[in-house]
Design a protein. Structure first.
Length: 283
């Protein structure tokens, strides 16, 4: 979402294509605010809710891109979420992200963490970012700046109200159950503890559907990630107070500048005389 904000600051109008994890229908689908996460995928729904950018999901990324442009002709740059291996989709720039595992054992999935073999140098038109405290491969790259931006109630989150550090700090001293249906739940738990919260951990499978509530009905306070919040109905929480902790994830200035240099320039508005000519022809 930070990348989408940066694109807008450059005068571009971004849209997003994504796979939509867990979808049974493969045809492209435009994500809508009131759409169940199971229909479009939790991460695409979160991207749409948080950024306001148009999002289309589909296993065929070029088909999803065409559908995105058909629906939103003013989009002038497309961000493909988790799309490095979709080589049929041309790209001006690639952002390659490694976490603490780096290249791991150097093997491809499922034997290792890699989706394609490592090369001596990063591919052309690529920027490398480490979502870790230090670089974890030999490729030069920047370090992501990550932490918790704050917290808000589940109902307020769905209403679009921003999270606040004050609300997060107000949860200190309470017995909290922290639930996380993400790939690396311990990272979320560590960030909560770094903010001074006392938590009981509830690690759930990645993309957990929340078909039923995984915590006791009498749990007083539960805190979740935004990826989990998109699958939770505020009206179905009973007496439990559910809080949403929001992530503050930023590119370091060097990485941001390197990525911007690879991107196309925003379209220029037509000269004033052409605007006047077009107007006179229309009238």
């Amino acid at each position: 979402m930070q990348a989408l904000k940066q694109l807008r600051r450059q005068g571009l109008s971004p849209g997003v294509v994504s796979r939509g994890y867990g979808r049974r229908v493969q045809a492209p689908l435009a994500v809508e605010r009131d759409m169940p996460a199971g229909q479009c995928g939790d991460e695409p729904l979160l991207l749409h809710l948080r950024s306001g950018a148009p999002v289309v999901v589909g296993a065929d990324r070029p088909a999803a891109a065409r559908e995105l442009l058909r629906r939103h002709p003013l989009v002038d740059i497309i961000v493909s979420d988790d799309g490095l291996q979709h080589l049929r989709l041309a790209r001006a720039a690639q952002l390659i992200v490694f976490d603490e595992r780096g290249a791991g054992n150097g093997w491809l999935l499922p034997a290792g963490p890699l989706r394609e073999p490592m090369t001596p140098r990063a591919p052309a038109n690529s920027v490398v970012l480490y979502n870790a405290t230090q670089p974890t491969t030999a490729w030069p790259g920047g370090l992501a700046q990550r932490g918790l931006a704050g917290a808000t109630s589940l109902a307020a989150w769905w209403a679009g109200e921003p999270a606040s550090e004050t609300t997060l700090a107000g949860l200190r001293g309470r017995p909290l159950l922290a639930a996380a249906g993400v790939a690396r739940p311990q990272r979320f738990f560590s960030m909560l503890r770094d903010c001074g919260l006392s938590i009981q951990e509830l690690a759930l499978p990645d993309h957990h559907a929340f078909a039923s509530l995984p915590w006791p009905a009498d749990a007083p306070d539960v805190i979740v990630t935004e990826k989990d919040a998109v699958k939770l109905d505020p009206s179905a929480q009973g007496t439990t107070r559910v809080w949403v902790a929001t992530l503050d994830f930023r590119l370091d200035p060097t990485t941001e500048a390197a990525l911007c240099r690879l991107l196309p320039a925003p379209p220029r508005p037509p000269p004033a005389d052409e605007d006047a000519k077009a107007h006179s022809e229309e009238t």
